[in-house]
Ligand binder design. Structure first.
Ligand code: HEC
Ligand code: HEC
Ligand code: HEC
Ligand code: HEC
Length: 132
């Protein structure tokens, strides 16, 4: 009897270990509620509010590549997504021949232009750059 309980306890422990790893990975994107501004250095505005999952649910965006795009030779590659790559890995802070667009412009153009197009979502500085 005691051995049975021990085995069950061990099995539960092993399972919880596996699911912990699982939960930890899933939480990463769910945890994004404000922008990570570490690529910017000294900030002029508070980090923009962006609750990744609830934003995308409310905005009804199913295709990850709408934001996490992949380009090749100046053309969008449909059905491919760069969700594992931060925007800052491709968009540098300073404009230059090898930089498709500065990081600040990349965010402002992507975020704001969709809000304009849909007639929904914030357009004013302080609506995105909210004080904590
Ligand atoms: C794998 C590299 C890569 C990643 C990651 C990436 N981009 Fe881009 N992005 C590009 C390239 C290359 C272009 C330029 C296309 C061209 O040749 O005009 C571009 C163009 C843009 C443009 C202008 C065209 C358009 O779609 O309106 C915006 C805005 C933009 N990126 C925002 C973002 C944002 C925001 C992120 C992160 C969510 C991001 N990008 C992630 C490579 C990338
Ligand atoms: C409205 C735009 C938008 C949509 C749609 C979107 N994301 Fe994101 N996602 C972002 C932005 C912005 C970030 C933060 C990127 C950064 O700081 O470089 C991000 C970050 C992430 C990260 C963390 C990446 C990292 O660098 O740590 C993952 C993973 C991710 N998104 C997955 C997804 C998946 C999967 C989908 C589709 C189900 C999706 N995203 C749809 C905008 C979007
Ligand atoms: C493809 C379209 C699209 C893109 C790209 C997009 N948004 Fe939105 N956003 C929306 C829509 C639609 C709403 C309104 C949702 C609703 O009806 O509540 C919205 C709402 C918001 C809101 C209001 C609160 C909320 O979470 O619903 C904030 C803040 C916001 N967006 C920030 C951002 C930021 C920051 C980015 C860029 C990283 C971004 N959005 C990119 C479509 C977009
Ligand atoms: C739709 C949301 C949105 C709106 C509206 C918006 N921004 Fe941003 N902005 C962002 C995001 C997302 C970033 C990327 C990182 C962050 O959160 O600071 C950013 C980055 C910046 C940065 C670079 C980082 C820093 O703090 O130095 C500045 C400066 C900035 N915005 C100023 C402005 C000003 C000024 C306005 C109004 C004219 C404005 N933004 C409107 C979303 C927005």
């Amino acid at each position: 009897m005691k051995i049975k309980i021990l085995i069950i306890a061990l099995m539960l422990f092993a399972c919880s270990g596996i699911s912990m790893v699982h939960i930890k990975r899933a939480v990463a994107v769910e945890d994004i509620v404000r922008m990570d501004t570490s690529a910017f250095g000294r900030l002029r505005r508070p980090a923009a509010v962006f609750d990744h999952n609830s934003h995308n649910e409310a905005a009804q965006i199913d295709d990850c590549a709408v934001c996490h795009h992949v380009w090749e030779n100046g053309k969008l590659v449909p059905e491919e997504s760069s969700e594992d790559t931060s925007c800052s890995e491709c968009h540098g802070l300073i404009a230059g021949p090898h930089n498709p667009m500065t990081l600040t412009n990349a965010f402002h153009i992507q975020c704001r232009s969709c809000h304009v197009k849909k007639g929904k979502g914030p357009l004013l500085c302080a609506e995105c750059h909210q004080k904590k």
